[in-house]
Design a protein around this ligand. Sequence first.
Ligand code: DX5
Ligand code: ZN
Length: 222
Amino acid sequence: MRYTLSPSMLSADFAKIGEQFGILAEAGVRWIHIDVMDGAFVPNLSIGVPEIKSIRKCSSLFFDVHLMINEPIRYIDAFADAGAEMITVHYEACSDLHATLAKIRERGIKCAVSIKPKTSVDVLKEYLDEIDMILVMSVEPGFGGQSYIPESTERLAAIRKMITESGREIDLEVDGGVNAKTIETVLDAGANVIVAGSAVFKDDLYETAKHFNEIVEARNNA
Ligand code: DX5
Ligand code: ZN
């Protein structure tokens, strides 16, 4: 299992996006978490296919694309063509999740399922053979800068146990409210891919990204 920091682009300065991606790479970051919102599954809008296609040209970071959209099966090809290397879809947003995951795998990229804070962790059991990663939302999806929901810790631990018992190599990503105060908690609970948006994109991006990246990467050498 590899520990990875995936800074959320939602909190980036879009006017300087190429420069900021360069700074992240210099700080040792390998992944970027890209939030796509449709104003329907979540009460907010963000970026979509053209923006991802455009930033693909200026970065070799691993594109971890989090789709907060209804029936994402309609757009898997478009996001894969734009350069997504991992696509996460929401359990709550898919009328046929098996087919949606199959569509992602057909494209030869990694696939993941996300659950919102109030969705039972047990729904995931049926999909363990079909996924590379599980994304646990530790805030209600839609906005950056919210506070970590404390119950997420036991949910992470329960899912890590479920993964271990399955004998499969599935990454466990956590998203929402991860900062200097909560990062060790989510790592201890079993998360190995850590999303952080507002906590990373601060005044001195290089220093903050380097700091958070070192905390996460330290677990690879432990
Ligand atoms: C929220 C998004 C997150 C968001 C996290 O729905 O999925 O990725 O950017 O932001 P922070 O880290 O500020 O909670
Ligand atoms: Zn996200």
